[in-house]
Ligand binder design. Sequence first.
Ligand code: SF4
Ligand code: SF4
Length: 289
Amino acid sequence: MNKNVKIAVAGGKGGTGKTLVATNLFYVIKEEGKEVELIDCDAEEPNAGLFFNGNLIYHSDVMLKVPEINTSLCVYCGKCKEYCNYNAILMIGFSKYIKVIEELCHGCGACSIACDYSAITKKNRKIGEVNQYQVQDKALLTEARMQVGVYSPVNTVKTALKQNPHPYVQIIDAPPGTSCPFIHSVVHADYVVLVTEPTPFGLSDLKQSIETLKGMKKFYGVVINRVDEPNQEMMQYLQKENIKVLAQIPFDRDIATVYAQGGLIAQHLSAYKKVFTGLLDLIIQEICK
Ligand code: SF4
Ligand code: SF4
């Protein structure tokens, strides 16, 4: 097997149980004494760290270069505002008022290029941070955390994904949705585990995630979480599309109890340790096919 395996765990909408799957997979690999890193890319609400006690070994702020306008040089021509595709410059010419709305700025630099009066310089703005924790001798947890009010977690996610020592297995807890943050999180994964629920909403999101992954030519399989009774429409869809169901996790009060206490089900409920070691074996088999 390829020594550096990257497994992304994703779920269309939030709350499907992807963090449950990612953290428990991380736990079973860690318990086998193998090198493993969990990268929490759910930068808006990273919570994988709640399940592990680790020592902070690395911290970096993620910065973005945003423009700063020198109003003593500005002639209020409006060219910078015109060049900005993100409506991040507010100008009221007759009042000689100009302001960069930093929350909307993507740091593209177009406004600086546009300005003929050298009125625009750049300054750093913190948009997120990356923290890395040593959880166990060979187990690392890396967390991407964006600042509140920042338009996109992409730069923070990319920085977290770069901050890694390439261990034996990387588990990437991908952000919800199928837009840029999701794509950046799964683009280098060898395999994507899609976590879904057996409901019409779950199926709708699953289809969207699968269409995105097909376009990216990724290998993927599905974990169905909170299974009370199977959703026939979902099972028929998966069968028709020839998509592997890697595991089904039942709707179980014990899981909710352990999870609500910040515990790992693979640690506290022996039956589920087998579920996650089995899931890992299946994923490795799929990658090695
Ligand atoms: S392009 Fe330069 S001079 Fe014109 S409004 Fe913008 S900052 Fe001012
Ligand atoms: S750097 Fe780009 S996004 Fe930001 S204000 Fe300038 S043109 Fe707009």
